[in-house]
Write a protein that binds this ligand. Structure first.
Ligand code: GYE
Length: 329
């Protein structure tokens, strides 16, 4: 079913690519002079270092650039859009061959992307989407389907409480406000649970994708709400911070409060295997190798699919125990 859906997306994406050939932009390679050693120069603006996912993603990008012989210029934006815009502008000034970035939020990118386009430097969106109407502002977007991730979380919950009476009081720790994963993981999840009115989201607030903020917000949730049945956290790190708050409040995470998270990094998988988390929706950070292939292709002026989806699964506690020994991040 999922495969079918993915195949459909790829087919559609291919059709859009073909239809978009006449935009005059499709065959442009990098406009930059790049390094004079003949290497491709890639400017990458990373969101920050907010989570285990992000650390693994950065490592994947740095290692695969080295392996592919690509000269990587890397900047950490510390979760600030203004820093990303400056980094992109500096990559344009340096005439890099290709720019890739993981946009911290969805809105507000058109101006800087137009500058890159005017400089004839191709842009690749990595991990997170932008909401620009003008699809010629970037060559492709590689990353997960965050709506689908939210739906998987919701589906698990609906099944878990099948035939059981409500109300089921849910608290939600949202990712960075305005980011694609926060927007989409929220809407996908809420879409699935709204079918049954016994599911009630009684509190929902950002935990900024960090452990510290996840803990702080969960403490406040616990103080304000005497009966919390479920926590849905948009990433493992916020869930792990919340587990500390739950334990400090004398409750048992995974038992007194059921916990669903997204990512499946090692620390999350460990907590899942120990019974402190109940279900994790996987989101793969290992985008580096595919990104480097795309960089080479767009630099060579080859046509690429406009949307490249990451394959991912889900984990129960039993599945986490099995997968943990071979987990790379
Ligand atoms: O889930 C979270 C990180 O954009 C998919 O960002 C990424 C998200 C990831 O901070 O842990």
């Amino acid at each position: 079913m999922l495969l079918k859906k993915l195949a459909g997306v790829v087919l559609l994406a291919t059709a859009i690519t073909v239809a978009g050939c006449g935009d005059g932009n499709a065959v442009s390679g990098g406009g930059g002079t790049g390094a004079d050693d003949g290497k491709i120069t890639l400017g990458f603006s990373q969101v920050g270092a907010e989570s285990g996912w992000r650390t693994a993603n950065t490592k994947s990008i740095q290692e695969s650039a080295a392996a592919a012989g690509i000269d990587l210029k890397f900047a950490d934006a510390q979760q600030k859009q203004a820093n990303q815009i400056s980094a992109i502008r500096s990559y344009i000034a340096q005439k890099v061959d290709v720019i890739a970035f993981s946009p911290v939020v969805e809105t507000g990118w058109d101006a800087v992307l137009q500058e890159a386009k005017a400089a004839n430097i191709p842009v690749i969106l990595t991990d997170r989407a932008v909401d620009s109407e003008d699809k010629t502002l970037y060559k492709t977007f590689i990353g997960s389907d965050f709506v689908l991730e939210g739906q998987k979380a919701g589906d698990w919950l609906v099944k878990e409480y099948e035939g059981k009476p409500g109300p089921v009081n849910i608290v939600q720790l949202e990712g960075t406000t305005g980011s694609a994963p926060a927007n989409d993981r929220k809407s996908g999840f809420e879409e699935k649970i709204k079918a049954d009115p016994k599911f009630k989201v009684i509190a929902s607030q950002t935990g900024e994708f960090t452990r510290a903020k996840g803990k702080e917000v969960m403490e406040a949730f616990l103080k304000a709400n005497p009966k919390i049945d479920v926590l849905y956290a948009h990433n493992d790190d916020m869930g792990l911070g919340a587990i500390e708050a739950i334990e400090a409040a004398g409750k048992k995470p995974g038992t007194d409060i059921k916990i669903i998270t997204v990512d499946a990094v090692k620390d999350g998988m460990t907590a899942l295997s120990e019974g402190k988390i109940n279900f994790i929706v996987e989101c793969s950070p290992l985008l580096g190798p595919q990104l480097m292939d795309l960089v080479k292709k767009v630099k060579a002026g080859e046509q690429v699919e406009p949307r490249i989806l990451t394959e991912e699964t889900t984990f129960t506690q039993e599945q986490a125990k099995e997968a943990l020994p071979n987990r790379k991040y």
